[in-house]
Design a protein around this ligand. Structure first.
Ligand SMILES: *Cc1c(COP(=O)(O)O)cnc(C)c1O
Length: 341
């Protein structure tokens, strides 16, 4: 029986080319800014995103945390989508580390609009938290990998400018958003002041994320990265894999998207329910309630057939496609879904 791991794209292993690049990486002490491979990765990331500077961080959570520490402080409030990663699954880091509180706003397919945000911008009365930042997630993890279009982001940018609010984009999977729409990632990045994106998900690098923004922003973020213990010395060994990820692993994401669509259509052909409008990239949310069981029960049954998935709520589980799944794995998973659904 094959084991098909659809829990997350974080399970991806580094490619042979990454291993080779790691082996050969030139390194130095990044605490002194002397690791040439880290410097090359940060420059490449900034260039690809159309920003002035980049910062290599240990994880997406550390990237978001450092960005929050630069953007906001005590008494501030961050408008984010109600099921945002930064709000629900980063151990309360925003409040704990920056001192700001999240202000969650339910979106549509995980997406905010100026109309949805507007009523939540606080008046400037002295007893109100200060609305200080808009945070958007692109693609949106718990909404099932949905993406913002450039036009949707442009509208939020216009609104933010009217209210003098910066925008942070949690772009953990921003390349999925770009590839799915066949646009250059800069088309999406241009609307945010700062962006965090992950190397260790669909791009298959073993470790790391980047934060990009202005030179001044990144200089401050670097200080906070230090504060969080994120200064990593000869980190070129892992940055080397990140460079390979950015250079070779982006375009192939379309294969993951095709696989997600195949799984979604198959599940939808059973009693399982999938909101097909939300299937836009490499994540599929599956509703098990028509089967009269809970997600946890279904996850257990799938596991008995070698299929690993994560329950997300009482009624739903999540399928995430990635580069370590072959067409054969997907076809096997489809067979199991058809049998159990
Ligand atoms: C995975 C993820 C993160 C955090 O990344 P880690 O490297 O796991 O800390 C942040 N935001 C979103 C949307 C994610 O999916």
């Amino acid at each position: 029986m094959p084991v098909v791991d659809l829990r997350s794209d974080t399970v991806t292993k580094p490619t042979p080319e990454m291993r080779q690049a790691m082996f050969e990486a030139e390194v130095g002490d990044d605490g002194y800014g002397e690791d040439p491979t880290v410097n090359a990765l940060e420059a490449l990331a900034a260039e690809m995103m159309g920003k002035e500077a980049g910062l290599f961080v240990t994880s997406g959570s550390q990237g978001n945390a450092t960005a929050m520490m630069v953007h906001v402080g005590k008494g501030d409030e961050v408008i984010c989508e109600a099921s945002a990663h930064i709000y629900g699954v980063e151990t309360g880091a925003m409040a704990a580390l920056s001192g700001a509180q999240p202000h969650p706003v339910p979106g549509v397919h995980g997406k905010l609009t100026p109309e949805l945000i507007e009523p939540h911008v606080r008046s400037r009365k002295s007893n109100r938290p200060r609305t200080a930042l808009i945070e958007v997630e692109n693609t949106h993890n718990f909404a099932g990998g949905t993406y913002y279009t450039p036009a949707e982001l442009a509208a939020i940018r216009q609104f933010a400018d009217r209210h003098s609010l910066p925008i942070h984009m949690d772009g953990a999977r921003i390349f999925n958003a770009a590839v799915a729409q066949n646009v250059n990632v800069r088309e999406l990045a241009q609307y945010a002041d700062s962006i965090q994106f992950c190397l260790s998900k669909g791009l298959a690098a073993p470790v790391g994320s980047l934060v990009v923004g202005t030179k001044d922003f990144i200089q401050q973020a670097r200080r906070y990265r230090n504060m969080l213990g994120g200064s990593m010395r000869q980190a070129g060994v892992i940055a080397a894999a990140g460079i390979v990820a950015l250079k070779t692993m982006v375009q192939r994401l379309c294969e993951d998207h095709l696989h997600a669509r195949m799984l979604a259509e198959a599940a939808n052909g059973t009693r399982l329910k999938v909101d097909m409008a939300a299937v836009q990239t490499n994540i599929v949310m599956v509703d098990v309630s028509p089967l009269g069981m809970t997600a946890v029960q279904m996850v257990e049954k799938l596991l008995q057939h070698g299929i690993k998935v994560n329950p997300i709520s009482r009624d739903s589980f999540r399928l995430v496609t990635h580069k370590d799944l072959s067409r054969g794995d997907i076809e096997y998973a489809i067979g199991v879904l058809k049998k159990l659904g």
